[in-house]
Design a protein around this ligand. Structure first.
Ligand code: 26W
Length: 882
């Protein structure tokens, strides 16, 4: 893409100017009768050619071979599994694109209100299998490819995960894309096309996590469509001069970067609707700076282009900890500015007054990462559209919606004022204007835009602390902008992601705003998961058994998951229970096979499979789990062989990445790996207890682990896990939940019944007091929890390698114990005992498993997305009809 320098533009303030005229979003002209005219050429010729794709096996084989020859330039003799995957993917892509065209044309025709999901992360995983299932063509492609001498299983393994996310937040965004398309809702996702996704995790023999880049784009990506016709300029740095008293300013100079769009097709399940995920890539506006080069400044010549490309080069691997890096700030502005410019361009095609913008666009902020969209829209409306401040603020606060995903203080983003002033001078001006002059917390409606006094002062006169607590600016060296406060006041509604979490958002981090703006603005939308990927795709046998038993085609219950309740009566059907248990056993053997293949280790499949897979974080308490395993090991060691024979054999699986700079999390991985090394080799205990840390956790690995669990652990300190979503995935696949009274665990227990889950630990209200006790009235661990003290001492003593290595980790428990391991240890061990006891009654266990799956209907992401559509975005379904 060579950029043409238009001298007229040098120095003139730029909205992210569209470079090349994009033809999308336009409709055929209409004749006098208002009927669409055929744009050009012979209509009959076009129409006979414009037919859909045949999807019989023969046509599919032809289509795959067509791509082998023309897209890959390969022959049957030099085609490997990767080539066969690429050809099959390109063939499936043809179907997606045709549906995508129809869907986008329909949206342009109907011009409905649309929703836009702004997320800095989309943890998509693999696409081929999901696309085949959503198109309902898996069997056809399975046979078609078989005829060409390939197995669908082998070629599915060739695809790399699109791992453009860290964990829960990113995967939720991916599930919501699947549900929006499946529910035929006009929603687009906007994100970044990182060159490198989340790092690949390697584990050294000592147990150290090592990180390697994830070059997921090294092979052509068949699931994206480069849109070189959709390009925007984005400015950084420079200076912003106030123009007039009306709050307008001119932002000039600095660095301009190009944003290029790549579209990813998002097929709905059992519908032609195929929505869009638009990912932006950064490119230098001026490729190569010839002048610097000619002046011999070779570094300078490429510097600007490197810094431009760097913006979308890599995903920040931090989950829950902000680092305030300039490049991260540039990522956030680059993405929000390009997305807003694109959304405004689409709205402008409707030729409606700008004040009607909120009636045609609802923009969801996925956590605070896209919060700069608020001052960016203000900038465009004031500086470009020349609206007055209050009209602009009214539009902004009726367009945005903000979802909070964590209350952990270290995860709440705060950007240093000097950094924003340097990178985004105009936006810092606008943020200051919001704080002081113009509209700090002005009422929403345009009508009472006249009053200028800051209304917080009016509502809470002389309450200086409250004003300081609520201010967007946190005093200090340097001052910082509280992004959660800006996201809150700039949004029409705010929500948390599970009942308890939304309560905590209302009563802790945004308490002052609830008291100021009223509780109605602060809602809850409990998270969900897509049952297509997380049941039908990853557990096809269970899906088939459910269809057979409910006597319903899966296209019915997969789109109305409450239908699973129809399974409840079958807990009394012996044959069904037998088949249910057999499928679980086969899924356990499939996992064992995967472990043997990847780690060369044998897994005892005649044992209870206990799984904890999620990002490594102290609040998620993988440390509690591994200390519990050591306790079990020591208990087994003290048993007689005869006694050991009576225990429930257990295999424990861990998986999860630690943020590269998160030392304690990495130490936890090292302890887990070394405990495994010792206990798996211990002849006394290895038949009764084994442990595995599976490296490089990903969406694809989760799809193998989740169907195989008997029990999964979600043991975060109460009040710390906003929701959790893997808990829902395990339960949907008949795994039972061992957890704390936290996040969505609570709502899962409400649905499946307390008797089918294993709860333990202190409740949220007790947490603060216990922490206070720890600090001001500490009780020696030996006295408080001898069992835990013994375990820690064994580790220190070197039972699992040099004990000194683990001291920093052990001391987090011995001193402060911020996450209350010492307070929950005994009830945790008791709960593990309850699990053993329950598992020993295999018949009742199977019934618990069936009841759990049967009552998971609420946790479909279709339910969650429909809640957003109805109670937040106010958008309606737009079925794609010919
Ligand atoms: C700035 C660094 C950073 C990066 C990501 C801070 C915070 C995040 C995310 C909000 C962390 C996250 O993924 N939160 C998880 O979101 C899930 C989806 O709502 C919830 O189910 C999890 O409980 C929550 O931890």
């Amino acid at each position: 893409m060579t950029s043409t320098i238009d001298p007229k533009t040098i120095g003139r303030p730029t909205r992210p100017r569209r470079h090349v005229r994009s033809l999308t979003g336009f409709l055929p002209e209409k004749d006098a009768a208002g009927k669409e005219k055929w744009p050009r050429g012979d209509e009959k010729e076009w129409r006979s050619a414009l037919r859909g794709l045949d999807t019989d096996v023969g046509s599919i084989t032809k289509s795959v071979v067509h791509h082998v020859q023309t897209s890959l330039a390969r022959q049957p003799h030099n085609l490997d599994d990767l080539g066969a995957y690429q050809a099959a993917a390109l063939s499936v892509r043809d179907n997606l694109i045709l549906n995508w065209n129809e869907t986008q044309l329909q949206y342009t025709r109907k011009a409905p209100k649309r929703a836009y999901y702004l997320s800095l992360e989309f943890l998509m995983g693999r696409t081929l299998d999901n696309a085949l299932l959503n198109l309902g063509l898996k069997d056809e492609y399975k046979d078609g490819i078989k005829r060409l001498g390939f197995s669908i299983e082998d070629i599915l393994e060739q695809e790399r995960d699109a791992a453009l996310g860290n964990g829960g937040l990113g995967r939720l965004a991916a599930c919501y894309l699947d549900s929006s398309a499946s529910q035929e809702l006009p929603l687009w996702g906007y994100g970044l096309r990182y060159k490198y996704g989340i790092f690949q995790q390697l584990i050294s023999p000592e147990g150290n996590q090592l990180e390697a880049p994830d070059p997921w784009l090294e092979h052509q990506n068949p699931w994206e469509l480069p849109r070189l016709d959709v390009v925007y300029d984005v400015r950084f740095y420079g200076q912003a001069e106030r123009l007039d008293g009306k709050g307008r300013a001119q932002w000039t100079g600095g660095q301009e970067v190009l944003a290029i769009a790549y579209d990813v097709m998002i097929p709905g399940y059992g519908t032609q609707t195929t929505n869009n995920l638009r990912l932006w890539e950064s490119r230098p506006k001026r490729g190569f700076d010839l002048n610097s080069f000619n002046a011999g400044n070779y570094e300078g010549a490429v510097e600007s282009s490197n810094s431009a490309e760097a913006i979308t080069s890599v995903l920040y691997p931090n989950d829950h900890t902000t680092f305030g890096k300039e490049l991260r700030l540039k990522q956030q502005y680059f993405w929000t500015a390009a997305s807003l410019a694109d959304i405004l361009r689409r709205f402008k095609n409707l030729d409606k007054p700008i004040t009607e913008f909120p009636e045609y666009a609802a923009i969801q902020l996925n956590d605070t990462h896209p919060t700069l969209a608020i001052p960016e829209l203000m900038r465009v409306l004031i500086d470009e559209e020349e609206l007055d401040w209050n009209t602009a603020w009214g539009i902004v606060t009726n367009t945005f919606f903000y979802t909070n995903h964590t209350v952990l203080p270290e995860a709440l983003e705060k950007w240093p004022v000097p950094l924003i002033e340097h990178v985004l001078p105009r936006h810092m001006q606008i943020i200051y204007d919001i704080v002081s002059l113009r509209s700090f917390f002005l009422t929403r409606t345009l009508s009472d835009a006249s009053s200028s006094r800051t209304s917080v002062e009016r509502k809470f006169p002389h309450d200086r602390e409250r004003l300081a607590r609520m201010s967007l600016i946190e005093e200090g060296q340097p001052k910082q902008v509280r992004m959660a406060h800006l996201a809150c006041i700039g949004s029409r509604k705010v929500n948390g992601v599970a009942e308890l979490h939304s309560d905590l958002v209302r009563t802790t981090i945004l308490k002052d705003f609830v008291e100021f703006e009223g509780i109605s603005k602060f809602g809850n939308v409990t998270n969900g998961i897509t049952p297509r990927r997380w049941l039908d795709q990853c557990n096809p046998e269970l899906s088939a058994l459910i269809s057979k038993t409910l006597k319903l085609d899966k296209t019915v219950w997969l789109k109305d998951l409450t239908k699973l309740e129809g399974l409840l009566p079958f807990t009394e059907d012996k044959a069904f229970c037998k088949e249910w248990a057999a499928i679980k056993q086969r899924n356990k053997e499939r996992l064992a096979h995967h472990v043997e293949l990847t780690l060369g280790l044998k897994v005892n499949t005649n044992a209870l499979f206990d799984v904890q897979i999620k990002r490594l974080h102290e609040y998620k308490r993988q440390t509690l789990n591994i200390l519990g395993v050591i306790h079990r090991y020591l208990t087994l060691k003290n048993m007689t062989p005869a006694k050991r024979k009576k225990v429930v054999n257990r295999v424990v699986f861990f998986a999860g990445k630690a943020a590269p700079a998160y030392y304690i999390a990495k130490l936890t991985i090292r302890l887990i790996v070394n405990v495994a090394r010792i206990i798996n080799a211990d002849p006394d205990t290895k038949d009764h207890l084994t442990l595995y840390f599976l490296p490089d956790y990903s969406v694809s690995l989760a799809e193998v682990l989740i169907p195989a669990s008997n029990i999964s652990q979600h043991i975060s300190t109460a009040g710390t896990e906003a929701s959790g979503t893997s808990n829902m995935k395990f339960c949907l696949n008949g795994g039972l939940l061992l957890g704390t009274v936290d996040g969505a665990n609570i709502e899962i227990a409400e649905e499946v019944g307390e008797s089918n889950v294993f709860f333990f630990g202190h409740l949220t209200p007790a947490v603060e007091d216990l922490r206070f006790q720890h600090l001001y009235h500490p009780v020696p661990l030996e006295q408080k929890c001898p069992a835990l003290a013994h375990v820690l001492n064994q580790v220190s003593a070197g039972l699992f390698g040099d004990g000194h290595v683990y001291e920093p980790l052990l001391n987090t428990v011995r001193q402060g114990d911020y996450y209350l391991l010492s307070d929950d240890f005994d009830s945790y061990i008791a709960a593990l005992g309850m699990v053993d006891e329950a598992y020993s009654d295999s018949e009742e266990w199977v019934k618990k498993s069936i009841r759990t799956t049967a009552k998971m209907g609420k946790f479909s992401s279709d339910r969650a997305i429909n809640e957003y559509a109805e109670s937040y975005w106010n958008i309606e379904k737009v079925p794609v009809t010919k």
